[in-house]
Design a protein around this ligand. Structure first.
Ligand SMILES: Cc1cc2nc3c(=O)[nH]c(=O)nc-3n(C[C@H](O)[C@H](O)[C@H](O)COP(=O)(O)OP(=O)(O)OC[C@H]3O[C@@H](n4cnc5c(N)ncnc54)[C@H](O)[C@@H]3O)c2cc1C
Length: 814
C-alpha cells in the first residue's frame, strides 16, 4: 500500500464511487499529487450495495447532461482500465399508469431532444413486447431509452480507482481523516492517525459522513441518511438477461435483471431516516436490519405488476443507508464558508449514475476556479444555514426519498418540515386565505383562496385549482392595487468608507449615484456571466442596501464578501431577519399609500428607482419605488416588529380602494408578461447581460470598470451567438413550465427557461435563449417560424425581443 505523503495537491476524502470518480478525473486532467483517503475499504460505505441502475434522464437539462456523460464513461471504462465493470447497455422502459404520468414522461421525452438523448415514446403494446412479464392493462404508455443500462457499483468504483492510480494518484485505505486542518479561513490539509497531509485543496466526498465532517470546520452540507430497500427474487419465471431496466414510477418501484435474479427496488413515499445519533464508527460493508412491514405494501404492488413474483422466492431482503438532501439534489462545488475546500455528497440514490459527471465537472471547476456550466441546482451554495438542523433534516429526508419516483407536479409543495421561516404577518395572511408554498424554508403565499374555497393544491399538468384565483390577483395588480408579502427577500448592508468602491467593482451598473437612488444591476464573473441579479439602494455616502432573492441569500452574500479586498474599510452584514417586505403594486398603489403617509408620493417627489424613509402608521419604513410586475408600485421595507401594525393599517385603508392580496403565482405571471428575467432560470452564470437583453444595465464607461467588463466588450465585438426571446403560444390551452424545446423552421434552436400563463396577454408566455449566427440583427433573430414543443406536440409561438407587455414602460413611470 502507498505511503502517506506529507503534501498533496488535492486530498479527496472518501473512497466511494464519488471520491474515486473525482480522483480519476483529476488525474485524467493532469492534476498531480492526488491523494484519496478512505477510512475503511473502497466502497464500504453506501456504494457497495447500489442496485446498479445507470439511467440518464433527469428532470432538468444540465443534470441529464451529467448523467449522459456518466453512461458514456462507463461504456469505455473496462477497455481503458482492464477492470471489469459489469456495465451493460440494456435500455430502460418507464411506464405510466396514469394519464398525468404519461404527460410527464412525454414532456421529458421532449426535453431530451434538446441534447440529443434518444427517448422514444412507446405504446402499451410495445411495452408488453419489450417486457412480457408485466401486467399492462392499466397502462397509458411509456418511454424507452435505448442507451440506458446498469453496472456493478463496486467494480465501477474499483475501475475508477485503478484509472486514478495508473495516472499517479495515491489511494490509501484504512486511513480515516480525523480532522480537516484550517489556518484562519483557509483549509490547509488533513490530519489522520498515520500523520498529517498538507494540501492545496481538500474535497469532502464522505457520503453520509459528510455533514458532520464538514460541520467540524463550520461548513454546511445538509444531508441525512435514510433506510433504502430492495429485494432479490430468484426463480422468476420468464426472466432473461435481455430484459431492459423497468421503472414503474406510479408504484415507486424499479426492476433490474441481476445475475439470474430479479432485483426489485423501491422509493416509497414515506422513508425512514437512519443514523439519528450519528453513523457507527465501525460501519464497514454493513447492512441495516430493515423493517419488512414498511416494505410490504411496495412488494404487494410489485407482485400485481409482475405476477411471476408471486411464485418466486425471496433470496435477499436488503436495507442499506444512503444520504438524502432536503431538495433531493446533491451538493457539489466549492464551499463558501472556508477557502480551498470542496464537497460532493448527498447523492439521493443516484450516486452511481451521477458519479462520472460529478467527477468531470468537479475537476473542471477546480482547474478553472469556476463551474464549467450552470450547476446551480446542485451547487452547495444554495443551502441555508438552518438546513443543517437535524430535526429539520430528519423530517424532510423522510419525504425526499419518495420524491425520486413521485410525479414531479408543477408547483408541488413539500409536506414535511413546514413552517420553518415565517413572515411576521404570516398568520394574518393565512386568515386572508393564503395558500403558502415553501421556498428555502420560507412560507410564502403562492395564491389566495376566496371565501368558501380551500387553500390547498390540487396538482395536475393542466390548469390547477388555483388558476382562476391567481388570474383574479393578476388582474387586480394590472387594473387596481394589490399587496404582496415579499419578506423572504435576502437583505444585506454594506457600510464603510470603502463600500462604494467595493460595490461598484462588483456591479455592472453604476453605483455612484446620489443617496436615495435604487439601481437594478447584475454582478458578473470574469467571463461576463451573471452571478447575481439584484437591486442596490444607496442609503448614504458610505452605506448600501442590497436586496436579492431568497434563493441566493448564501451565494450572493459570499460573492460580495469574497470581493471585499483584505483590509478594505467596510463591513457586510446580513440583515434579512430584521425587516419584512410588503409590496403595494398596481395603478392605484400611489393613491392608497398617499392616504397612509404624510410623505409626498407624487411622481415628481418620488420618482421611479428611488427610495425614501416614510412614516406609515406608527412606523418609519423604507419605501422603494420599483417593480417586478410591470406596474406602478412600492416595496416597503418594514422593521420586523412593526410589520403587523403596518399591514393592519394598509389593509384597513385598502378596503376603500378594493385592495387585493396577491401571491407568487400571480407575481410570476405578471413578470413573465413584462419579460423580467429570473436568476437561476432565465439568467445564470453562463449567460451574459448582453445575451439576456439586459445590456441597458451595463455601464461600460464607469471610471474604474467592473468585474466582467472585458469579457462583455469582447462579446460585443465578436457578436452575440444567442439571444433571450420572449414567446407567446398562439393556442391559449397548453402550459409551459420550463425545458420545452424551441423550434425555428424545423430545427431545435434552444429551450424554454421559464414559463407561465399570461392572464393579460391571454396565452402561455415563455422565455428562452435561441442560437443565432454571430452578430445576427434583431430582424434575423425574429425571422422564421417559431414553435414550442410541449409533451411531444409542437405549438405555434410568437417571438419578441421587447417585452410584450408595456414595452415603453409607460405603466411604471407615471
Ligand atoms: C439500496 C440502494 C440502492 C442503490 N441503487 C442505486 C442505483 O441503482 N443507481 C445509482 O446511481 N445509485 C444507487 N444507490 C445510491 C448510491 O449507492 C450512492 O449514491 C453512492 O454509492 C454514494 O457514493 P458516495 O461515494 O457519495 O458515498 P459512499 O459510498 O458512502 O462513500 C463515502 C466513503 O467515504 C468514507 N469516509 C467517510 N468519512 C471519512 C473520513 N473521515 N475519512 C476517510 N474516509 C471517510 C466512507 O468510509 C465511505 O467509503 C443506491 C443506494 C442504496 C442504499
Amino acid at each position: 500500500m502507498a505511503e502517506l505523503p506529507q503534501k498533496a495537491g488535492v486530498v479527496v476524502i472518501g473512497g466511494g464511487v464519488i471520491g474515486c470518480s473525482i480522483a480519476y478525473h483529476l488525474t485524467k486532467a493532469g492534476f498531480e499529487d492526488v491523494v484519496l483517503l478512505e477510512r475503511q475499504q473502497l466502497t464500504s460505505g453506501t456504494t457497495w450495495h447500489a442496485a446498479g441502475l445507470v439511467g440518464q434522464l433527469r428532470t432538468s437539462i444540465n443534470m441529464t447532461k451529467l448523467a449522459k456523460y456518466t453512461s458514456e464513461l462507463y461504456r469505455g471504462l473496462e477497455d481503458e482500465t482492464g477492470q471489469a465493470t459489469g456495465y451493460r447497455q440494456s435500455g430502460s422502459i418507464s411506464i405510466a399508469a396514469t394519464g398525468e404520468r404519461f404527460e410527464e414522461l412525454k414532456r421529458s421525452a421532449s426535453m431530451a431532444k434538446v441534447f440529443d438523448l434518444e427517448v422514444n415514446v412507446v405504446s402499451v403494446e410495445e411495452i408488453a413486447e419489450r417486457y412480457p412479464l408485466i401486467y399492462t392493462d392499466d397502462l397509458f404508455g411509456g418511454i424507452h431509452i435505448p442507451s440506458d443500462g446498469y453496472a456493478n457499483a463496486v467494480d465501477i468504483t474499483q475501475a475508477l480507482a485503478k484509472g486514478a492510480r495508473n495516472r499517479g494518484a495515491k489511494v490509501l485505505q484504512d486511513t480515516k481523516v480525523e480532522e480537516i486542518v484550517r489556518d484562519g479561513k483557509r483549509v490547509i490539509g488533513v490530519r489522520t492517525a498515520k500523520g498529517d497531509i498538507e494540501a492545496d485543496h481538500v474535497v469532502i466526498a464522505g457520503g453520509m459522513w459528510s455533514r458532520d465532517l464538514a460541520a467540524s470546520i463550520g461548513v454546511n452540507v445538509p444531508l441525512h441518511a435514510c433506510e433504502h430497500y430492495y429485494v432479490l427474487f430468484e426463480s422468476v419465471e420468464g426472466l432473461h438477461p435481455e430484459l431492459p431496466v423497468l421503472r414503474d414510477y406510479d408504484a415507486c418501484t424499479y426492476y433490474k435483471y441481476d445475475a439470474g435474479k430479479l432485483l426489485v427496488g423501491a422509493f416509497e413515499p414515506s422513508a425512514k431516516p437512519w443514523g439519528m445519533d450519528g453513523i457507527p464508527e465501525d460501519f464497514c460493508f454493513d447492512e441495516i436490519a430493515g423493517d419488512f412491514d414498511h416494505f410490504e405494501p411496495v412488494l404487494h404492488d410489485a407482485m400485481a405488476r409482475l405476477p411471476a413474483l408471486q411464485d418466486a422466492g425471496i433470496q435477499k431482503f436488503f436495507c442499506g443507508p444512503e444520504s438524502f438532501t432536503p431538495d433531493v439534489r446533491y451538493h457539489i462545488g466549492k464551499v463558501p464558508e472556508v477557502d480551498n475546500c470542496w464537497v460532493s455528497a448527498g447523492l439521493n440514490s443516484i450516486g452511481l449514475q451521477s458519479a462520472g459527471g460529478i467527477g468531470k465537472v468537479m475537476t473542471e471547476w477546480m482547474r478553472a476556479g469556476h463551474p464549467p456550466a450552470d450547476l446551480w441546482e446542485v451547487d452547495v451554495r444554495r443551502n441555508m444555514p438552518f438546513q443543517g438542523n437535524r430535526k429539520y433534516l430528519q423530517e424532510r429526508v423522510s419525504e425526499s426519498l419518495g420524491l425520486l419516483y413521485a410525479t414531479h407536479w408543477p408547483f408541488r409543495q413539500y409536506e414535511t418540515a413546514r413552517g420553518v421561516r415565517k413572515s411576521p404577518i404570516h398568520d394574518r395572511l393565512v386568515a386572508a386565505g393564503a395558500c403558502h408554498g415553501e421556498a428555502f424554508g420560507w412560507e410564502r403565499p403562492n395564491w389566495y383562496a376566496p371565501e368558501g374555497v380551500e387553500a390547498s393544491y390540487e396538482y395536475s399538468y393542466g390548469r390547477q385549482n388555483w388558476f382562476e384565483h391567481s388570474a383574479a390577483e393578476h388582474r387586480a395588480v394590472r387594473e387596481n392595487v394589490a399587496l404582496f408579502d415579499q419578506s423572504s427577500f435576502a437583505k444585506f448592508r454594506l457600510e464603510g468608507p470603502a463600500a462604494l468602491a467595493v460595490i461598484n467593482n462588483v456591479s455592472a451598473n453604476d453605483m455612484d449615484v446620489r443617496p436615495g437612488r435604487l439601481v437594478y444591476t447584475q454582478w458578473l464573473n470574469e467571463r461576463g456571466g451573471i452571478e447575481a441579479d439584484l437591486t442596490v439602494t444607496r442609503l448614504s455616502d458610505d452605506a448600501f442596501l442590497v436586496i436579492t432573492a431568497a434563493e441566493t441569500e448564501t451565494r450572493d452574500f459570499h460573492w460580495l464578501q469574497a470581493h471585499i479586498p483584505a483590509g478594505a474599510n467596510c463591513v457586510l452584514t446580513n440583515v434579512t431577519s430584521s425587516m419584512g417586505v410588503i409590496s403595494i403594486m398596481g395603478p392605484n398603489s400611489r393613491d392608497l399609500l398617499q392616504s397612509l403617509t404624510p410623505a409626498d408620493m407624487s411622481h415628481k417627489a418620488f420618482p421611479f428607482a428611488t427610495s425614501q424613509e416614510i412614516e406609515l402608521g406608527y412606523a418609519i419604513v423604507r419605501a422603494s419605488r420599483i417593480t417586478f410586475v410591470g406596474e406602478l408600485g412600492w416595496e416597503l421595507y418594514v422593521p420586523s416588529e412593526f410589520m403587523q401594525g403596518v399591514y393592519d393599517e394598509i389593509v384597513a385603508a385598502g378596503s376603500a380602494f378594493g385592495l387585493a392580496h396577491a401571491g407568487y403565482h400571480a407575481l410570476n405571471s405578471l413578470r413573465m408578461e413584462k419579460g423580467y428575467r429570473h436568476w437561476s432560470h432565465d439568467i445564470t452564470d453562463e449567460d451574459s447581460p448582453l445575451e439576456a437583453g439586459l445590456g441597458f444595465t451595463v455601464k461600460f464607461d464607469k471610471p474604474d470598470g467592473f468585474i466582467g467588463r472585458d469579457a462583455l466588450l469582447k462579446q460585443q465585438e465578436e457578436g452575440l451567438q444567442r439571444r433571450l426571446l420572449q414567446f407567446k403560444l398562439s393556442d391559449p390551452e397548453p402550459l409551459l413550465y420550463h425545458n420545452e424545446p424551441i423550434w425555428r423552421d424545423d430545427e431545435i434552436v434552444g429551450h424554454i427557461t421559464s414559463g407561465a400563463y399570461g392572464h393579460t396577454l391571454g396565452g402561455c408566455i415563455g422565455l428562452g435563449y435561441v442560437h443565432t449566427t454571430a452578430g445576427a440583427g434583431d430582424a434575423d433573430v425574429l425571422s422564421g417560424t417559431y414553435e414550442i414543443e410541449v409533451a411531444c406536440e409542437r405549438f405555434a409561438a410568437e417571438a419578441s425581443l421587447a417585452p410584450m407587455y408595456d414595452p415603453g414602460n409607460q405603466k411604471i413611470r407615471r
